[in-house]
Design a protein around this ligand. Sequence first.
Ligand SMILES: Cc1cc2nc3c(=O)[nH]c(=O)nc-3n(C[C@H](O)[C@H](O)[C@H](O)COP(=O)(O)OP(=O)(O)OC[C@H]3O[C@@H](n4cnc5c(N)ncnc54)[C@H](O)[C@@H]3O)c2cc1C
Length: 414
Amino acid sequence: MGGNLEKDWEVLVIGAGPAGSGAAAAAAEGGCKTLLIDRKKEIGTPVQCGEVVGESLVRQIGLKIPPQAIASVQDHTRFLLDRRLMVVSHEPYWRSITLERKIFDKLLAARAAEAGASVQADTRLVDLEMRDGKVVAATLMHRGKETTVRPKVVIAADGVHSTTAKLMGVTLYPEDTMAKGIEYEMVAKKKLPSGMQIFLEPEVGLGYGWIIPKGPKRANVGLGVIGMEESRRSAILDWAAENPLISEYFDLDKVLEVKSGDAPLPGFLGGPHRGNVLFAGDAAGQTLAFVGEGIMPSFACGNVAGAVAAASVRARSRKKLECYDRAVKDIMGGELEKGGALKDAILGAWAESSITEGQRTMLCGLIMSECIFPDQAEEVLPLITQSSTRIAARIREDIKKRRARAKISVLRHR
Ligand SMILES: Cc1cc2nc3c(=O)[nH]c(=O)nc-3n(C[C@H](O)[C@H](O)[C@H](O)COP(=O)(O)OP(=O)(O)OC[C@H]3O[C@@H](n4cnc5c(N)ncnc54)[C@H](O)[C@@H]3O)c2cc1C
């Protein structure tokens, strides 16, 4: 096995998540000798993700997801705002597919292997030798043995706490732009409502809670919060036990899996590169920052990173790596920029001191569900202090005018 690692690699991809596997497939298809490594013993495991992807994004990217990687499909999303309002959106972005990420990630890595890349699980990047801002050698650890490789291009797809970035001394986004996530995959007491459910409420804080169906009676129930103060386990257990809309379905005694991790939400950073290193996926903050959706953007951006790396190797020109930023803008720029703008608007609403915390979460939820545009937030402020019935009536008018595929109704859980 050590012999295999010692080849004359042209492209080294660190991390076999969606970004890395997308990158390795494209680099191999571009004719490069490509090595894809991941420190995990089994690619895709453990899962640190809600596993849901927007159907419209999947279609836009043109990724064929094999049926065995799909757990369920949802044709709408419900937003539960301060337990007082419910928005049901059938807009294309809010139709979703829940993946089995263990299967999905492994299949993407298998596709990279089929495209010609070498793939090694249980292999970790431990050191980089830099010269003039470029990586000249990478030290990899596999089964206690170190191997040094000298790739022409490195693709850092090693996730939110990127080892590559740390070894290079690069900070692409600060810690405080990350959300902490925790999630239980659970079996429900009774059949779940069909759509994905998103909860914005003071009990959650700056972020949101979710029920992401994985089957009629199985779901990921989780929280993603910026500035989570308590331990992740207490946060999810306390919230799920206390929220009547969760406890109606879950008893917390049927937990199949615990998943936790951090999600980068810096907003749009384009396609960052340093020397001969391209950063892709979470390592580059390539998520839709208002919700933290990163699977599809990471795959798409990783894919262009691999193609750009191959073009650079073929042309023997490092200058070609500069095309990466443009290529990311072309393929995902619109979505990533919009995600960043929505996140900024949500942060603005959260900082609004003239309204209560509950009202703030309602405002954030109306922005997130796109019932109001970010630039309407100020205008809506006086409305948000009124009764749920009044708010619903006014938002209903807006939805109608805009012909949005959404409905709003009043809940009585306060
Ligand atoms: C709680 C939570 C819920 C989420 N829910 C969703 C969701 O529902 N939908 C969605 O789209 N996104 C979601 N995300 C975000 C999503 O998981 C990420 O955006 C996505 O996985 C990014 O893909 P990636 O390939 O960049 O990184 P990752 O999937 O994190 O892959 C990085 C890989 O690099 C490997 N690695 C790291 N360091 C090294 C090293 N030194 N050597 C070798 N390998 C290394 C890791 O083992 C890992 O396999 C969620 C995130 C969190 C934390």
